[in-house]
Structures are given as structure tokens and as C-alpha cells.
Design a protein around this ligand. Structure first.
Ligand code: ACO
Length: 307
């Protein structure tokens, strides 16, 4: 082992941060770029399912909340692209890969949002799952990623609460509103569990990412934490989680629960989910529509250089 590699290993073992100018193995860099890019793309594509509701939210207050939330997601994407840039990959390169279908984004954003209750359910369950997954990432071994996660998690926590508050308001409303919430939860529960990735024994990246301190918990451990956290919240809300196998296991001090449909998960990851084509098409169009802004920014930067 070279001196540089020894230093890297020692940094990881001490639980210290690796910084952009430090030596790192190529595979560590590649894994980080893969994970951070997917994460950034998820934030950007993740604006779509809820963004569609901005103009139809039922009051000015709800519109303003949703607008602010969707803007936050854009900001999260930008922090994450910036973190990836410190590893030597440009935002443009990553965007091109997303648009060409060569990089992934979270499966959850390939599900439709036909009901306004979905805005609340996304806040409660999807942002709730994101927090569960991302709070440990504040301690990830790569400095810029961990620091980006701190701010992102603070904002995600607001997002989760606004979703829960929206659902709570609907649950205090009419029978029709309560039915809307239950129907939405029925659709989002299983896809939310899939956000944590495949079971540990089918996850090719977990072991190495844990050894490098990129991931701090396994997919299954985080999924369990999310279920344990969500059950009392569902009870307080008055909704039923759509899992007949969900029950308290006193011995383990955790809930037992059923498995999501992993065939569905892999189909969505591979591009065959209900909205994959639509999400990418929308993103491509937004990118093309923004070409003049990028062109103007480049022209302005050149002009400044000349002055
Ligand atoms: N959606 C899409 N692809 C997924 C998902 C998912 N929910 N879960 C796993 N995958 C992909 C992995 O990216 C990997 O594919 P790849 O090797 O081509 O990159 C493959 O399935 C196998 O999975 P793992 O070996 O378990 O992959 P990994 O160790 O990267 O773990 C995880 C996946 C847990 C999502 C991890 O990357 C992570 O924690 N990422 C940061 C959080 C994040 O991206 N969140 C985005 C959604 S939250 C939000 O934006 C609000």
C-alpha cells in the first residue's frame, strides 16, 4: 500500500472527512459521483410530481408553501451537483448522463400524483424516508457531501412536517377528504419503502460503501427505522398502513412488516415505471427551454473576462 493509500485508510478508520484535494482511490471517487449524482438528479426530477399541483393547490397559503418547498428541492439539487463538481465532474456532464438515461434517480418519483392528498403524503412519507436515509449521510466520509446534507436535512424536516400538517388538516375534514388521504397512503406506502434500495443481500454496493464510510447504515436497517417511525405517526393521523403483516415484535423491539414487490422496484429502476418516460421527457424539455439562459450566462461571463 502506498503512503497516500495508507493515509486515506487511516482517515476513514478515524472517522474523519476526506476532502476534495486529498488522494482517494478511483473506485471511492466513482462511487461518490454515482451516489451524489443520483441524489442530485432525484432532487431535480422530484420537483415534478408535486410541482404539477402548485397552480391547483386550494388556497394562497397552500400554493405559497408548495412553491417554497419545490424551490427548496431545486436548491438541494444544486448543492449536490456542486458537491459532485469537487470530485472533478461537471454539472453539465451529469445532466447529459441523466438525459441520456445513463444515470439513475430515485424510483419514487416515477409514481403519479393524481390527488391533492399526494402532496401531503409525499411530504410525510417520501420526505420522511429521505430524512431517515439522509440524516446519517451528514456523517458520510466525503466532506462536501456531508456538509451539503446538513442543510438539506434541515429543510427536508420542514417538508416532512408540512406534509403531515396537510394530511392532519384533511383528516379533520370531511369523510371524502379522509378517504382521499387513505387512498393516497395506500399508493405511496410501498414505493416509499423501496426508496431505501434493494434488500441488503441484493445490494451490490452496500458493503463497500459502508467500509468507506460513504453509507453509514444498510438499506434494510434504514427501512426498519422508517417503519418504526411511521407506525405511530399513522396511528396519530388515523390512517391504516396497507400492510397486513405489520405488527409489533416485542422481542426485537421493532415492527415486523411485509416486503415490497421487488419485481416492481427493479422494473421502475430500469425505466419501466408508470411515469419514467414522462419525467425524463419533461426534464429534457425544461433543459432545452433553458438553453438561452445558459447561452446568455456564458456570453456574459466572456464579456466580463474581456473587460
Ligand atoms: N431508486 C432508484 N435506484 C435505486 C434505488 C431507488 N430507490 N435504490 C437503489 N437503486 C439502485 C442503486 O443506485 C444501484 O444502481 P447502480 O449501481 O447502477 O448505481 C442499484 O439500485 C443497487 O442498489 P444498492 O447497491 O443498494 O445501491 P446504493 O448502495 O447506492 O444504495 C441508496 C442506494 C440507498 C439509494 C443510496 O444510493 C443512497 O443513500 N443515496 C442517497 C440518497 C438519495 O439518493 N436519495 C434520493 C431520494 S430522496 C429525495 O430526493 C427527496
Amino acid at each position: 500500500m502506498t503512503e497516500l493509500a495508507e493515509y486515506f485508510e487511516a482517515t476513514i478508520q478515524r472517522g474523519d472527512r476526506v476532502e476534495p484535494r486529498d488522494w482517494m482511490p478511483d473506485a471511492y471517487r466513482k462511487t461518490l459521483v454515482r451516489q451524489i449524482a443520483q441524489h442530485a438528479h432525484s432532487e431535480i426530477i422530484g420537483m415534478q410530481p408535486e410541482g404539477a399541483w402548485i397552480s391547483c393547490a386550494p388556497s394562497l397559503r397552500r400554493k405559497a408553501i408548495l412553491l417554497a418547498k419545490v424551490q427548496d428541492e431545486a436548491g438541494h439539487g444544486l448543492y449536490l451537483y456542486s458537491a459532485a463538481e469537487t470530485l472533478g465532474t461537471s454539472r453539465r456532464e451529469l445532466t447529459d448522463k441523466l438525459l441520456a438515461g445513463k444515470q439513475k434517480y430515485s424510483s419514487i418519483f416515477n409514481y403519479p400524483t393524481p390527488s391533492y392528498a399526494d402532496v401531503g403524503t409525499i411530504g410525510w412519507l417520501v420526505d420522511g424516508a429521505a430524512i431517515c436515509n439522509q440524516v446519517p449521510l451528514c456523517r458520510t466520509s466525503f466532506g462536501p457531501y456531508g456538509r451539503a446534507m446538513i442543510r438539506i436535512c434541515k429543510e427536508e424536516s420542514f417538508h416532512q412536517r408540512q406534509g403531515y400538517e396537510l394530511l392532519m388538516t384533511m383528516m379533520r375534514g370531511t369523510d371524502e377528504q379522509r378517504a382521499m388521504v387513505q387512498e393516497s397512503v395506500n399508493r405511496f406506502w410501498w414505493p416509499a419503502l423501496m426508496m431505501f434500495g434493494p434488500p441488503d443481500d441484493a445490494s451490490p454496493n452496500t458493503a463497500q460503501s459502508m467500509a468507506w464510510g460513504i453509507k453509514r447504515d444498510t438499506n434494510d436497517d434504514l427501512r426498519q427505522k422508517f417503519v418504526d417511525m411511521s407506525v405511530p405517526q399513522a396511528e396519530a393521523l388515523g390512517v391504516t398502513l396497507p400492510d397486513p403483516d405489520l405488527k409489533w415484535n416485542a422481542e426485537r423491539g421493532s415492527y415486523d412488516f411485509g416486503q415490497p414487490d421487488w419485481d416492481e422496484f427493479w422494473a421502475v429502476v430500469k425505466g419501466d415505471g408508470p411515469c419514467n418516460a414522462e419525467r425524463l421527457e419533461h426534464r429534457r424539455k425544461a433543459h432545452d427551454d433553458g438553453a438561452w439562459v445558459r447561452g446568455a450566462a456564458v456570453a456574459f461571463a466572456r464579456l466580463e473576462e474581456e473587460l
